[in-house]
Write a protein that binds this ligand. Structure first.
Ligand code: HGY
Ligand code: MN
Ligand code: MN
Length: 417
């Protein structure tokens, strides 16, 4: 029998949800209307404190685990909880909605159900996971990966960020070095509401994305060591120039992604030169390569081609290149029954709906390791994200939150997980 919401007429309080989104967005605002709350910074801590306060206002049982993941649970019914949530850390030039929407919509769902007087058959949890972005500490989906047992607590706590800070020290400094052990409680199911962060839904004029899975992700850091020298006196034939090599790798990655086509993407988002001066051939370059594909064999092939190019150009230019893997996650398929549920609820509510994979990484891809999981997407205006201009309309936000509401309510009545 297909899953159904027990109270289909219920709706979330859209104004209350928008109010909380704007309150959270008022913490560490940046020019252009976005946010900068890198994981485990004071700004992240301020956001955490605000959301934990809202969880406590709803009388949720709030736990903080050993890597700072926070889970608020409405302990009603029986059995393992239906869980929703996302993240509230942002990239340095983040928007208001990436991650924040999933956490605050989950909070709103619980409050709307509490106020309706309906008692779900299962507990309902809303979580925010530590360092989903991976921008300060790699890998991304860091906290949810530890939560599901995919990264050891010891390794996680010892992780050092791009600024030299250590995760354990930062957790302690901001007061989120919790006591609850990881791996955490496996929910009966997990569903995450998130902005699409891409152009697809807007371009096809569809309101809801029924997310089928997440593409594979490969992150590596390359350290390129050459010969620092004088920009004016050093003949071109004598140069071992890390900046030239880093730039060549960036061009190669771009051309490879265009050559593969399809879902292949490739990004060089970070190149640091040392000493980074106008009249010095650099001694060193440190750069990152992010390549992704929905097809694991193509992703592996891309990694192999890049490795071959790196070896060739290192030889030709006479530089030494070392590589460090920062993240490597294979593509994830979500649960077909949950995808069907999201799709049918969207149609029942009169929305157009489109099945699609996620180009961005999400905590849901980690929870999918331990329970049936899916995601709900809402459109991103102009497909913009990881940018202060990130925007999703209030109507799309309300649509997505109402589909999340009834997805959670239906899953809370499902006995045979
Ligand atoms: O990189 C990602 O896809 C995510 O935003 N962490
Ligand atoms: Mn996100
Ligand atoms: Mn993000």
């Amino acid at each position: 029998m297909a899953l159904q919401s027990p109270i289909p007429a219920l709706r979330i309080d859209a104004d209350r949800l928008m109010g909380r989104l704007m309150d959270l967005a008022s913490i560490s605002p940046i020019e252009g209307g976005g946010n900068s709350r890198l994981a485990l910074t004071d700004d992240d801590a301020a956001g955490r404190d605000l959301v934990v306060g809202w969880m406590k206002d709803l009388n949720l049982d709030v736990i903080v685990d050993v890597v700072g993941n926070v889970v608020g649970t409405w302990n009603v019914g029986h059995g393992s909880p239906v869980m929703t949530g996302s993240h509230i850390d942002t990239v340095r030039t983040g928007g208001k909605y990436d991650g924040n929407l999933g956490v605050l919509a989950g909070l709103e769902v619980i409050q709307a159900v509490q106020e309706s007087g309906h008692i779900p058959s299962r507990p309902i949890s809303v979580a925010f996971f530590t360092n989903e972005e991976g921008a300060r500490f790699a890998p991304d989906m860091f906290g949810s990966l530890v939560y599901v047992g995919g990264l050891s607590v010891e390794e996680a706590l010892d992780t050092v960020g791009i600024d030299g800070a250590r995760v354990a020290d930062e957790l302690e400094r901001i007061g989120y070095n919790g006591a609850t052990p990881c791996p955490g409680v496996s929910p009966s199911s997990f569903v995450e509401l998130h902005i699409e962060q891409g152009p697809v839904l807007e371009q096809i004029g569809v309101s809801i994305g029924a997310v089928t899975g997440v593409q594979g992700i490969s992150w590596q850091e390359l350290t390129i060591e050459g010969q620092s020298n004088h920009a004016g006196t050093t003949p071109m034939s004598m140069r071992c120039d890390p900046a030239y090599v880093a730039s060549s790798i960036a061009v190669f990655v771009r051309n490879l992604a265009n050559r593969y086509g399809g879902n292949q993407v490739g990004t060089v988002g970070k190149i640091d030169l040392f000493p980074n001066l106008i009249n010095v051939v650099p001694a060193k370059a440190v750069m990152t390569v992010d390549v992704r594909n929905t097809d694991e064999s193509l992703l592996a092939q891309a990694e192999s081609e890049i490795a071959t190019f790196i070896a060739q150009i290192a030889e030709a230019e006479g530089v030494r290149i070392s590589s460090r893997t920062l993240a490597r996650f294979e593509p994830v398929e979500f649960d077909s029954e949950l995808i069907d549920l999201v799709e049918s609820l969207a149609k029942q509510h009169g929305h157009s709906v489109h099945r699609m994979p996620s180009g961005a990484g999400h905590d849901a891809q980690m929870l999918a390791r331990v329970c049936p999981t899916s995601m709900i997407f809402v459109p991103s205006v102009n497909g913009i994200s990881h940018n202060p201009a990130e925007h999703t309309s209030a109507q799309d936000i309300a649509n997505g939150a109402n589909i999340l509401l009834h997805t959670i309510l239906a899953l809370a009545e499902k006995k045979d997980f």
